[in-house]
Design a protein around this ligand. Structure first.
Ligand SMILES: Cc1ncc(COP(=O)(O)O)c(C=O)c1O
Length: 252
């Protein structure tokens, strides 16, 4: 999306991505290439450092680079999801619908920070539940403080007095599976169920993990037919093509 937006705005786009170049580019990477982005590969642990190295190199070459952090997860990126929550709120009013919960995939935090802040601003009473794709609540980099930091910087940016605390951040970290971008049974079953029952495509990395978690929470009785739950589909369907071989097996 960044590569596409950069094209439209007339900017060059440099992408710092985890890993090494694959033999056959597919999925999002193929779209990046089609959109003319320049890809810089690095180890996942080095990506922040590499981001600024690339930016410095561009500055030295006389360019004027603008760095977007991982996931666009800062106070600028999150404004988009505050606005999205305001829009949802007016749609719900028009439809006369009250939600018990909103469920979505969470990873670098901008989505959740924006939705949680937007929920507090609009007086949304339901649960705004992020299903973690790769973050944990404990350990060396616990996720809740990341969410409050982004949300409160966003509140400040838009001139809102509302502040988010860790108790406002609803986070489920039970579906991390075999790790980031390693889809398994949970994800492939969610893809299958949503396709075959609803005609909706999920992406194996984010939305299928979140939907798989949601379906499991339903199985466990956390959500019943008496609840009205919105699954917020954050996109990512081009990821499907990067798992073509496994998906052919799942659907044969
Ligand atoms: C398709 C999709 N859904 C959800 C997310 C998670 O959003 P965030 O990084 O804002 O937590 C991402 C992040 O890259 C994504 O690509």
């Amino acid at each position: 999306m960044t590569a596409a937006a950069a094209r439209k705005a007339g900017f060059d786009c440099h992408l710092v991505l985890n890993g090494t170049p694959p033999k056959i580019p597919n999925g999002n990477l193929l779209l990046d290439i089609i959109l003319g982005a320049k890809v810089h590969y690095c180890d996942r642990k080095d990506r922040d450092k590499r981001l600024f190295q690339v930016s410095d190199q561009l500055s030295e070459a006389g360019k004027n680079p603008y760095v977007i952090p991982v996931g666009g997860s800062n106070s600028i990126g999150s404004v988009g999801y505050v606005n999205a929550m305001l829009e949802l709120n007016s749609q719900l009013d028009d439809m006369g619908v009250t939600l018990d919960a909103i469920i979505f995939a969470t990873s670098s935090g901008g989505t959740q920070a924006g939705l949680t802040l937007g929920a507090k601003i609009t007086g949304f009473k339901g649960d705004v539940l992020g299903i973690s794709i790769d973050q944990t609540k404990i350990g060396s980099n616990p996720f809740p403080p990341v969410l409050t930091q982004i949300a409160n910087a966003t509140a400040e940016r838009i001139g809102s007095d509302i502040r988010i605390t860790e108790s406002d951040c609803s986070l489920n970290c039970d579906y991390l599976g075999a790790g980031y971008a390693v889809p398994g049974e949970l994800e492939f079953n969610a893809i299958k169920d949503l396709c075959l029952y609803e005609g909706i495509l999920l992406g194996p990395v984010y939305t299928a993990r979140a939907m798989g978690g949601f379906l499991d929470l339903i199985k466990k009785g956390c959500f019943t037919k008496h609840h009205t739950v919105l699954f917020w589909h954050t996109g990512g369907t081009p990821e499907l093509f990067a798992w073509a071989d496994q998906l052919r097996e799942v659907f044969k």
